[in-house]
Write a protein of this length. Structure first.
Length: 361
């Protein structure tokens, strides 16, 4: 009886240990989805560059290199690396920067590669080789960082086959780009409403009444412009050409190797969306980007003339070179005609304070 109990206990301990190992190696689920899409975008761009160069050899191998490593953070990320419910630590993404593209054609016997990895408190560098060897698959998808002791082996395929594979990487990258953009839209809409609430509150500190500044249609137009670009012709639906939207630019920024050294991708994207949304709202209101600072100085001098406010501002912020027209614009910001019927927060948005129609503190 005791032997059976010991065996059962040992089996239970082994199962618990296996679960612990699995949980310790679990990636942050939302970041895993986002980072895999960003990786496909980068692989697609690298494949497109190879195809556009038009110098594919008749036989060669193809190696795709990993854009991300996954590590436990060495910096404070709050509870972002804690699994919901269990509190187990999850792996966070760390960006790998290669000395060349993330998709490489291997036509020689060996191609040297090197990398450096920075982010989440981690920093390391290394090198390896991509070695062409008979009997290997013509495509090698590398998922972990290689080393000189563990090179990457790849076979060779015909030019037509390699061309087809590179085209598939391009299509997968384009699809991933739209997936990222589609997932950003609901987050952006909430961010725009939150930024609108903040702008209304900040302006209300000076006017004495916190009230909506833009109507719902105006806010939706901001979301649309940030997603897909500014509309030049409302009737024809023609958008400004040659100028990517704020969200397209954000995705491009996320492909830069130094982008996530201090923050994770989700935090970085949220911060940029909030900043860009506030900029768009103030622009639509005719509020200068230094408007909050102008109103802060004006609140310190409640009985001062506008010329005196400008002079006081220039003493504090001489590099801004504040002019009278900009000061007037900041001090005369007013809500749009249809704004009063607009809620300051979207449906489902929670806040401790409902600002509509309330007095500023």
């Amino acid at each position: 009886m005791s032997l059976n109990l010991t065996s059962e206990t040992a089996a239970a301990l082994m199962a618990d240990a296996a679960r612990a190992v699995e949980e310790c190696g679990r990636k942050h689920p939302s970041l895993e989805v986002l980072c895999s899409r960003l990786e496909r975008i980068m692989h697609g761009q690298a494949a497109k560059a190879i195809l556009e160069a038009g110098d594919l050899p008749e036989r060669a191998g193809i190696v795709t290199l990993p854009v991300w490593s996954w590590e436990h953070p060495l910096i404070d990320v709050g509870r972002k690396d804690k699994a919901h419910g269990t509190g187990e630590r999850m792996l966070m993404p760390v960006r790998n920067a290669w000395d060349g593209p993330s998709v490489i054609i291997v036509s020689d016997e060996a191609v040297p590669v090197s990398y450096h990895t920075r982010g989440m408190g981690h920093a390391r560098a290394g090198q390896s080789k991509l070695v062409r060897r008979l009997g290997e698959a013509p495509v090698a998808t590398v998922t972990t960082l290689p080393s000189l002791a563990e090179p990457v082996f790849v076979g060779s395929g015909l030019k037509s086959r390699n061309t087809a594979y590179l085209n598939s990487l391009v299509k997968a990258g384009e699809a991933a780009h739209w997936d990222v953009l589609t997932d950003l839209e609901p987050k952006l809409r909430t961010t725009v409403f939150q930024a609108h609430s903040f702008v209304c509150y900040e302006i209300g500190l000076s006017t004495g009444v916190v009230e909506p500044m833009l109507d719902e249609l105006g806010l939706e137009q901001i979301v649309d412009a940030m997603m897909y670009g500014e509309i030049l012709d409302e009737d024809a639906g023609e958008r400004e050409k040659g100028k990517p939207s704020a969200m397209f630019r954000l995705i491009e920024l996320c492909l830069e190797p130094e982008c996530f050294v201090k923050v994770d991708p989700l935090k970085y994207m949220t911060k940029h969306m909030r900043r860009d949304a506030e900029t768009q709202i103030r622009r639509r209101l005719g509020d200068p980007h230094i408007g909050p600072k102008i109103r802060e100085i004006a609140r310190r001098h409640p009985r001062a003339e506008i010329a005196d406010i400008v002079e006081a501002y220039r003493e504090v912020y001489p590099k801004d070179r504040l002019s009278l027209p900009r000061a007037r614009a900041a001090l005369s910001v007013s809500p749009s005609a249809a704004a009063r019927s607009t809620l300051l927060a979207p449906e489902g948005f929670t806040s401790d304070t409902v600002y509509e129609g309330s007095r500023a503190a």
